[in-house]
Structure formats: C-alpha cells, structure tokens
Design a protein around this ligand. Sequence first.
Ligand SMILES: [Zn+2]
Length: 242
Amino acid sequence: MSDMASSREWIRSLTDLLFPRLCCGCGERLALGEQLVCSRCQLSLPLETNHDWDFNRRKALWIDHERLVRMGALTRYQRGNVASELVRSLKFRRHYLLGEWMGRTAVQLLRHTNLFEGVEVLVPIPLTRQRRFLRGFNQAEAIARGMASELGIPVRTDVLRRIYDRESQTHFTLAQRLENADHVFALQSDSDLAQRHVMVVDDVMTTGTTMLGAIEALEAVPTVRISTFVFAWVYMPAAAHI
Ligand SMILES: [Zn+2]
C-alpha cells in the first residue's frame, strides 16, 4: 500500500470513528467496506419468492384492468422486518441514496425473472408539490432512478400529477377519502406513451389504493401497457379472503 493510500485509509477510519456511519436497516455501525445497508441486513432481506408476476394474488384482485401486464415486488413488508425499516429510513430520514440503492438492488436481484421484460419507461408515483417540498425529494423517484441506472431506460416525472395527498386529507370523512381515491392522480402528459410499456414505481404497497389510482389515471392513454413495481408489499397468503 502506498503512503497516500494508507493515509487515506487512516483518514477514513478516523472519520468513521468520529462520525459513525450507521446501517439504514438495523442502525448498527457499518463496517469499513459497507455502504448504507450492512451485509447482515442484506442477507436477511425478506425477499418475495413467488416470481409469477403475471398471475399473482395481487394482480388477480385487479383482473378487470386489462392493460395491467405484471405486478412485482422485491421484498415482503411486515412491521419491524428489514424491508419495513429500509422503507422507513427512506421516507423519514430522507435518504435519497438509500432509495437509489433499493432500486439498483431490486433490478440486480430480479433480473433473472421476467418482471422488467419489455418495460420501456419508469413512472414513479408522484407526491403533491407541497409534500415533495417538505420532504425534499420523492422516495419513489429515488428508487426509480436506481432502477433506471441498471435497466438503461428513462424515468418520467411529467406523466402523473398528484392532486390530493391522502395523508393530509384528515379533514375528510373516511367515505369521502375513499371516494377521492380514484381522483388522486391526473394524467399530465400523454403525448408519447401510446403503445409503450410503462412501469409504475413506488416504495411500498399495502392496500394498493395509491397504485390503483395511478393505474386508472394511466389507462386514459390509448393502448398503453402497465406494470407495477414496489420495493416491498404486504404479501397475500393463499388463505387470504380476496
Ligand atoms: Zn443492518
């Protein structure tokens, strides 16, 4: 090791000591070579094992949406598991680089499946302008950017606009909020998406209402094909009453 390299190592160790870098999953200190997520958390990611993206239970719920091609997720979301901790870090610690890591990792781990086959454009679920300003970035866009760097396809943020923010609709009754769910998104620009295969990207899917709102807005584009990707979703076991 040259003098220069060893002093660089030394400075890095010292910086680590003074400003410890913590894992976004478990909060433990990262080892010298680790970035963002420690290797233990990476190994314990609760990966989705059912790779039948064309016919899973999620998609079965929305069978009447004929333009829907595939629905996929990298991990299964459960309160307190590594996937949920990463989503939380991304959202509330405003960790843009973590979002990119999540997107890149998803593509690397799922490239052998058909999930991204033929997908031409990534469309992250938008935030309202106000929420984006408050958070500083859109977590779904960070994931989409990470995916785009692996897939070599564009990210389009000019397609959907978010009109309502469900989280801030506390002054509405539940019935009003459910009614509004259909009109959360507006199609902003549809000029060149006809016949394209679009993948809508978000960080997490629980009930799926947000994703459904985006799909319904995109369906106004003639002959568009739609797939969806989330970093984590609530898994629907076979026994679920759907
Ligand atoms: Zn960790």
